[in-house]
Design a protein around this ligand. Structure first.
Ligand code: RTP
Ligand code: MG
Length: 140
């Protein structure tokens, strides 16, 4: 019998990197028991971001989101573990940092800044299909 380790794409967004939270966020992922299997830092191109956020094209927050995500360095991580896709999203907390539950990355480390885009520190893939697609984009 072969077992496949589930994996997800985690991004530490420009706000997380700029605020010096990279180490803390990676430490939470590792403390939970997941494995950081690959790691890179880059300023993503508009093309990469447009592909990454293709599902949001046409929404009012799409342009500000792509602009924000390209505004500085982003850390991309390949994170592995049983049920890690669901587990990391649980660890990240709700999209809106003001109301994300305390104990989560967004709830403990994030807040609202009164801007067009929710600067919410991290991204995690939301399904096995998204994870495969997104890992292919960021770790080509
Ligand atoms: P993510 O994909 O980044 O893990 O976050 P998510 O699933 O919780 O949120 P999603 O709905 O996929 O939205 C992607 C990112 O777009 C920004 N956003 N801003 N109304 C707004 O201002 C708004 N809505 C979404 C956030 O940065 C969100 O994480
Ligand atoms: Mg999403």
């Amino acid at each position: 019998m072969t077992t496949t380790v589930e994996e997800t794409l985690v991004l530490i967004k420009p706000d997380g990197v700029a605020r010096g939270l990279t180490g803390q966020i990676l430490a939470r992922i590792e403390a939970k028991g997941y494995t950081v299997a690959d790691l890179t830092m880059l300023v993503p191109s508009r093309d990469l971001l447009a592909q990454h956020y293709a599902e949001h094209e046409g929404k009012p927050f799409f342009e500000p989101l792509v602009e924000f995500m390209g505004s500085g360095p982003v850390v991309a991580a390949r994170v592995q573990g049983h049920r890690v896709i669901e587990g990391f999203r649980s660890l990240a907390g709700a999209t809106e940092p003001t109301t994300a539950a305390p104990g989560t990355i967004r709830g403990d480390l994030g807040r609202d800044w009164g801007e067009a885009v929710q600067k919410n520190l991290v991204h995690g893939s939301d399904s096995t299909e998204s994870a495969a697609r997104e890992l292919g984009l960021w770790f080509a």
